[in-house]
Design a protein around this ligand. Structure first.
Ligand SMILES: Cc1ncc(C[n+]2csc(CCOP(=O)(O)OP(=O)(O)O)c2C)c(N)n1
Ligand SMILES: [Mg+2]
Length: 564
């Protein structure tokens, strides 16, 4: 049957199981939006800025393990997606971005709102397409979804000229994709599995570093079995939070620049590192030359390009984490590491997670800890970037799989609010907390309108320290307290909420925290709390930039001055 390009796109999206798209329209995407009216089964979320569409689709993908879809018009609509696409790329999130393009006769003519978006997004997409033949559109969509969610997930962009959206051609939907140049290994080589198992069986001081790959592969049970069978402590990267139960006896917390001292010490003293679905990001490893100096390293990743990129490894295993761990678990022996685990316990005792002091100031750590206590672990936490993100990582003890959504690789301020929208759309039955920075919130707060228009229920906690806090912390420690442009004049956030028809409360004292959180939880819709916290609180522990994971600042040391 003949259909327009726009109808073919909709038909293909439905066949890919797409239930929702996040977008904002314009001239070059108008035929597609018009066709959406014939396909009400695809829910449309109208955002107020394309960056938000990409972040929401990215977080939807993370929360649901489905592909997130965002839609934008040509030119500025498409370029506004760029930050969100880059964010999804850095964190391996399955995203399909659909952009309108000027009609084929105008391409290359600097036409109104023409922009070479496939050229611009080449380095930040797993693949991208400019659809030049309408007859190719259905096949392109099929391929795009396949590429976005298989192997190492990532964003794929499809740029569709306006006349392609309007042209009628025969609609043929292919069930199979034929991509000879696109391969990924999901089942690992048995020799490598045996080599890894031998190292695990022989190790005296093994440590597992769990990354987001465990979550992508949904290998929670396999990771638990490995840890328990061989009695190996598990530390995680920032994006690995939620891959292993937060309150498990073998959980040893987050590593990295603001990781737990005991987690970092475990890595630095290990004789075997099992790096699972993580990519040795510099915020996790600190100085790579001084990383885990006594350890053999087994690296499991589905992307061969990650192996040996930052750290040289002894046993590379390319494959899907779930399959690899299943195979390893069959090969390993039951072990005990009583000495090693008691050393870890001692480090935990000597360098505990920083106590939250009982002073009268409203400390941000206290606020986050209280949100954690009140939700009883039954929530998805979405954060922005900065100090509040690190405190959320430290004090929100996620025991539920995949319950922490944060921008890791790109560190995109403004991610929090649109990402919370995406998570809530994907998981409507979950309580979603958006832990926002006062700086980051102001980068995408226009999405409060989307929330109200869509009648959504999101709990928003602004950690309002009046600063671009993380940058201020660096200025304090490494630039002799010269706070150049980090102090924020802030609007009255409760009035902003009111303007968007969202109830809110401002909290300035410690005793107001718990009742406010309860009020937010009891309210059936979206509720915003402006927590006015101690402005100059710092995130500790902190590994000094350029140093090894064991060079840890535990307490404020204002005399540390350098030129980082
Ligand atoms: C889009 C973007 N611009 C700039 C930065 C650099 N940056 C990292 S953290 C930070 C401060 C964030 O301030 P806020 O949102 O208030 O969070 P806080 O650190 O105070 O908790 C800045 C400016 C960034 N990560 N992203
Ligand atoms: Mg701030």
């Amino acid at each position: 049957m003949k259909k327009t390009g726009a109808q073919i796109l909709c038909e293909s999206l439905i066949r890919e199981g797409v239930e929702v798209i996040f977008g904002i329209l314009g001239g070059a995407i108008l035929p597609i939006y018009d066709a959406f009216s014939q396909y009400p089964q695809i829910r449309r979320i109208l955002v107020r800025h394309e960056q938000a569409a990409a972040h929401a689709a990215d977080a939807y993908a993370r929360a649901t393990h489905k592909v997130g879809v965002c839609v934008a018009t040509s030119g500025p609509g498409a370029t506004n997606l760029v930050t969100g696409i880059a964010n999804a790329y850095m964190d391996s999130s399955s995203l399909v971005a659909i952009t309108g393009q000027v009609g084929r006769p105008f391409v290359g003519k600097d036409a109104f709102q023409e922009m070479d978006i496939t050229g611009i997004t080449l380095p930040i997409t797993k693949h991208n397409y400019l659809v030049s033949e309408t007859a190719e559109l259905a096949k392109t969509v099929k391929e795009a979804f396949h590429i976005a969610h298989t192997g190492r997930p990532g964003p794929v962009l499809i740029d569709i000229p306006r006349d392609v959206q309007q042209e009628e051609v025969e609609f043929v939907y292919q069930e199979e994709v034929d991509l000879p140049g696109y391969k990924f290994v999901s089942r690992a080589h048995s020799v490598q599995i045996k080599r890894a198992a031998k190292l695990i069986n022989e190790a005296e001081r093994p440590v597992i570093i769990a990354g987001r790959g465990v979550i992508i592969s949904q290998a929670y049970d396999e990771l638990k079995e490995l840890a328990e069978k061989a009695q190996i402590p598990v530390v995680n990267t920032l994006l690995g939070i939620g891959s292993f139960q937060g309150n498990h006896i073998l959980n040893s917390g987050m590593i990295g620049m603001h990781g737990m001292a005991y987690a970092n010490m475990a890595v630095q003293n290990a004789d075997l590192i099992l790096a699972i679905g993580m990519r040795f990001d510099d915020r996790a490893t600190a100085n790579t030359e001084k990383f885990a100096p006594h350890a053999r390293i087994v690296h499991i990743d589905i992307d061969p390009a990650e192996i040996g990129k930052n750290i040289s490894v002894d046993v590379p295993i390319v494959g899907d984490v779930k399959n690899v761990l299943k195979a390893i678990n069959r090969e390993i022996n039951q072990r005990e590491h009583l000495d090693w685990l008691s050393r870890l316990d001692q480090w935990k005792h000597e360098h505990p997670l920083l106590e939250i002091t009982q002073d009268n100031e409203l400390l941000p750590q206290y606020v986050i800890r209280q949100i954690y206590e009140a939700t009883q672990n039954d929530a998805i936490v979405v954060t922005g970037i900065g100090q509040h993100q690190m405190w959320a990582a430290q004090y929100f003890n996620c025991t539920k799989p995949n319950s922490f959504i944060s921008s890791g690789g790109l560190g995109t301020m403004g991610f929090e609010l649109p990402a919370a929208i995406g998570a809530k759309v994907g998981c409507p039955g979950e309580t979603v907390w958006c832990i926002a920075g006062d700086g980051g919130f102001q980068m995408t707060l226009q999405e409060l309108a989307t929330i109200t228009q869509e009648n959504m229920a999101i709990k928003i906690a602004i950690i309002n320290n009046g600063y671009l806090g993380m940058v201020r912390q660096w200025q304090e420690l490494f630039y002799e307290h010269r706070y150049v442009d980090t102090k924020l004049w802030n609007p009255e956030f409760t009035k902003i909420a009111e303007a968007y028809a969202i109830p809110s409360i401002k909290v300035q004292r410690r005793e107001e925290v718990i009742p406010a959180i309860q009020k937010a939880l009891d309210y059936p819709g979206t509720f915003l709390i402006d927590f006015v916290v101690e402005p100059e609180e710092n995130v500790y522990p902190m590994v000094l930039p350029g140093e090894s994971l064991s060079q840890i600042l535990q307490m404020p040391k204002p005399e540390v001055v350098s030129s980082y």
